[in-house]
Design a binder for this molecule. Structure first.
Ligand code: GDP
Ligand code: MG
Length: 475
């Protein structure tokens, strides 16, 4: 991303397409001046005279050539309208805006042509087209948001479930950043002491320093571990859980998918080997997003298409957050059933005994005593609500419901926490072995830096580039 904060940037902030309204956003020192080219207030006053954070009715116009900064590169074609649209315009004076810079938002009717023309006039009048995520990046660079909050902006935009939105909003409020910064600050304080000891005394860490060091590093370790432990569930809340339905052919996997979806999504027949591909659909489970994945039944087959389906089923099985093993409850367990049951043992799983609507004549196999089993009928819906409730508790424990708890939802954060944890462990070990202060401080510094990456206190262009390139233009 090139271009400094001195530039005034401009972009359409609303989605492309037809909309009741559409917004062009300007940010930077010349926002008011640039917007003045395209905005004519109905009140007749100049735009520069309006109070901050007040809304004004205006006409949007293409200014006559010669008036603009570029001297009129904008061609006045035969059908070039002078009047583009009417709009509401708001000026948000720095630093009380999203970017902490001077911002003007022009709210016109939402059509691609009008918005595109407004942008064009702004650009020809001295603004520059914003790059992806540049508004949010500026909010970060200007200290309005830390990096974890900037990422939460994207999570909020992308949230597809109320649970995802909730964790994004907690992060946007700065809950995670506060906790991380507290630990980092205490590490930096102890580091300063240790380093001062190294510099001035020229000796190893004193007893007092050692005790204090151990206490603070242990405390930071605790925080890091606690946060790291929430990452698995955090990811599930943010992205949804992948639940893979497994079982041999004809036990009712596709019927179950349809039953969960309440629609006939997958083809169901009495012919074994009907499903030959991986079918994925999402459902909302009490505000949590669940991706349900129906697979080809596992069996030996000469059919190449079915073989490929089974291969894909295995891949899906490897990537699942939870495995739903489906058995035909009206039949004794087969060798394939047993193989599958032992394969899921060490994973998060649930076992469904399907076709419970039919007469239950088979005694329950003793092998099943070790598994969480649910009698269900994909045909009548019997037992499905109980399965849904159990799924929810299996996937997220109570920590999500505690309103105050901080969760880690982002892989980047989890990775930084893991590195911080490793360095802290190393530091503790070194102190306890009586290593020189210099050595200890290297690890403490590494841990503090890893924590700093989460909030952006420590950052590189590469990290910033990676994060903000995921945004779209206008965010
Ligand atoms: N009676 C009854 N039949 C079912 C039930 N679930 C599935 N079936 C039948 O079992 C056969 C195979 O179902 P399907 O969903 O295609 O199984 P899959 O091969 O595991 O995907 C079909 O004829 C379904 O109608 C159920 O709960 N009760
Ligand atoms: Mg099927």
């Amino acid at each position: 991303m090139q271009g400094g904060l001195d530039d005034t940037i401009c972009a359409i902030a609303t989605p492309i397409g037809e909309g009741g309204i559409g917004i062009v956003r300007l940010s930077g020192p010349h926002s008011l001046a640039v917007a003045s080219y395209v905005v004519r207030l109905r009140s007749g006053y100049p735009l520069s005279s309006v109070d901050s954070h007040t809304l004004h009715l205006a006409d949007l116009v293409i200014p006559p050539s010669g008036k603009r900064k570029d001297g009129g590169a904008f061609q006045q074609g035969l059908f070039q309208p002078n009047l583009l649209d009417e709009a509401l315009v708001v000026y948000m004076k720095a630093p009380r805006s999203f970017t902490a810079e001077d911002v003007v938002e022009i709210q016109s009717h939402g059509g691609a042509l009008v918005l595109g023309m407004v942008c064009r006039v702004c650009i020809e009048s001295g603004a520059r087209m914003a790059e992806p995520g540049e508004f949010t990046k500026r909010a970060f660079l200007n200290g309005r948001l830390d990096l974890s909050q900037a990422e939460a902006v994207l999570d909020t935009i992308r949230a597809t479930s109320s649970a995802g939105l909730l964790v994004a909003q907690r992060q946007l409020r700065g809950d995670l950043a506060r906790e991380i910064e507290q630990s980092r600050a205490s590490l930096l304080t102890v580091l300063a002491h240790v380093e001062a000891g190294i510099d001035f005394v020229g000796e190893d860490i004193s007893f007092l320093q050692r005790d204090e060091l151990i206490r603070i590093v242990t405390e930071a370790c605790g925080v890091v571990q606690k946060l790291e432990a929430t990452a698995q569930e955090g990811r599930i809340l943010r992205e949804g859980a992948r639940i893979v339905i497994l079982g041999r052919p004809n036990v009712g996997k596709s019927s179950l998918l349809n039953c969960f979806l309440k629609e006939e999504r997958a083809i169901v027949t009495a012919i074994a080997g009907t499903t030959r591909d991986v079918i994925e659909e999402s459902i909302d489970l009490d505000g949590m997003m669940i991706r349900l994945i129906d697979t080809a039944g596992m069996r030996d087959t000469d059919d190449v298409v079915e073989q490929e389906g089974i291969k894909r089923a295995r891949v899906a099985q490897g990537e699942a957050d939870l495995l739903l093993v489906v058995l035909d409850g009206t039949m004794p367990l087969t060798i394939d059933d047993r193989a599958l049951l032992s394969a899921v043992r060490d994973r998060k799983h649930m076992v469904l005994l399907n076709k419970a609507d039919l007469a239950d004549t088979v005694p329950r196999d003793f092998v099943l005593a070790d598994y969480p089993t649910y009698a269900v009928s994909a045909k009548t819906g019997l037992g499905i609500e109980a399965v849904k409730a159990a799924l929810r508790t299996q996937l997220v424990s109570g920590c999500f419901d505690a309103a105050a708890s901080v969760m880690v939802t982002n892989v980047r954060h989890r990775d930084a926490l893991r590195r911080a944890g490793e360095s802290l462990g190393q530091a503790l070990e070194s102190v306890q072995c009586g290593m020189a202060g210099e050595l200890v401080s290297i690890d403490v510094r590494a841990a503090a830096d890893a924590l700093g990456e989460i909030t952006g206190a420590i950052t590189t262009d590469e990290i910033l580039g990676r994060i903000f390139s995921e945004f779209c233009i206008g965010k």
